[in-house]
Write a new protein. Structure first.
Length: 367
């Protein structure tokens, strides 16, 4: 135990003595959280739509056919039961619900006009807002054919809109959790790997290997400081999100920290495995850069997974950020509980076990 404490003190001392590292750990997440939400935007496709047709008229069928024919939509279900569609929306299977009221076509020719209702899942603000606008345009085009006139104004009077989970359709509320994960990956992925390879190049690891220090104590002393740094970065990011963008988690903050603990552990162990494989700083930087870019671009952080090709959607299942981003967005925007996200926590735990096994095997080869 005493040896472990000495090693741990050595790691913290090395970090503190580095004139650049402490500044990076503090300044990098602050700058990224303050700048990136202001400049990023996205377009979407494959918006999943459910139609609740309570009218069953030629007008409602024309609306459904136009939605189904559009390249922007995937018509998932058509029924006359709104609770069924709402349940699919809550499960994340549906992005937009179009509810056509009873006697809608007949009332179009009267002074009494009941509105078409559009409900969007706005957890993904881009997909919710853009998908809703596409639906409105498609419905307007359909009603124009039915009424044989320019009905852009009339159509807006026939439609009511509801955005669940992100009422203001603020894209920053969708992007900020992704930025948090990007910060974790960069800091907790790059820095530990570079630290370990630096010890290789200086010969420190060879010296430790001939001492009674156990592998577990040495590895834990290398990773624990960055685990603590990762939780510190989580706190900074959450404070900035609250104070600058007004984004506070609807669910329990503890759920976020639990997910962060597992995710950071998985990333640290992955970086350790990469460091064990690498002999030089250049090798480590190249391999970690490739891994980080794949995780950033293909985990649903920047692009909705449903808008990806099918092979890419399947590929995301082997990437840890895919599961942590669901935890963050669900807790922040929907108030989802740990019990409802248990499969994501299990997945992160499995990643940690797999990467730990890989790190143990590769470290043994280096001994």
């Amino acid at each position: 135990m005493r040896t472990f404490i000495v090693l741990l003190q050595k790691e913290f001392l090395q970090i503190r003595r580095n004139s650049f590292l402490p500044k990076l750990i503090i300044a990098f997440p602050i700058m990224l959280m303050l700048i990136m939400p202001l400049i990023m935007t996205m377009d979407v496709r494959n918006v999943n739509v459910a139609i609740v047709d309570m009218d069953c008229s030629s007008a409602s069928r024309r609306i459904a056919s136009h939605i189904e024919a559009s390249d922007y939509f995937t018509l998932q279900q058509t029924s006359s039961e709104y609770p069924l569609a709402l349940s699919a929306l809550e499960e994340g299977d549906i992005d937009v619900i179009v509810q056509i009221p009873k006697d809608f076509e007949r009332n179009m020719t009267t002074s009494y006009q009941e509105r078409i209702s559009i409900t969007a899942n706005a957890v993904n603000a881009t997909k919710g807002s853009m998908g809703m606008q596409y639906v409105i345009q498609t419905i307007a085009s359909s009603l124009k054919e039915v009424k044989n006139e320019n009905s852009a104004i009339a159509t807006s009077e026939l439609i009511t809109i509801e955005n669940r989970y992100n009422p203001t359709l603020n894209y920053r509320h969708y992007m900020i959790p992704a930025l948090m994960i990007i910060i974790f990956i960069l800091i907790c992925g790059f820095l530990p790997a570079l630290s370990i390879v630096g010890e290789k190049e200086s010969g420190t690891i060879e010296q430790i290997n001939v001492t009674p220090v156990s592998r577990f104590s040495f590895i834990l002393s290398k990773l624990l400081p960055y685990w603590i740094i990762g939780l510190f970065v989580v706190t900074i990011a959450m404070i900035i999100a609250r104070l600058v963008y007004g984004l506070a988690p609807i669910g329990l903050v503890g759920t976020i920290y639990l997910g962060a603990l597992l995710f950071i552990l998985a990333i640290l162990l992955l970086s350790l495995a990469v460091a064990n494989f690498s002999e030089t700083m250049q090798q480590t930087i190249f391999v970690m850069f490739f891994i980080i870019m794949v995780n950033m671009l293909m985990s649903g952080l920047l692009t909705p997974i449903d808008s990806m090709p099918e092979w890419a959607q399947n590929f995301t299942l082997i990437l840890p950020p895919r599961f942590f981003i669901e935890i963050l967005r669900s807790v922040y925007l929907k108030g989802t509980t740990i019990a409802e996200l248990w499969n994501n926590f299990v997945a992160l735990g499995l990643f940690a076990i797999i990467f730990n096994s890989l790190a143990a095997i590769t470290y043994k080869k280096q001994s």
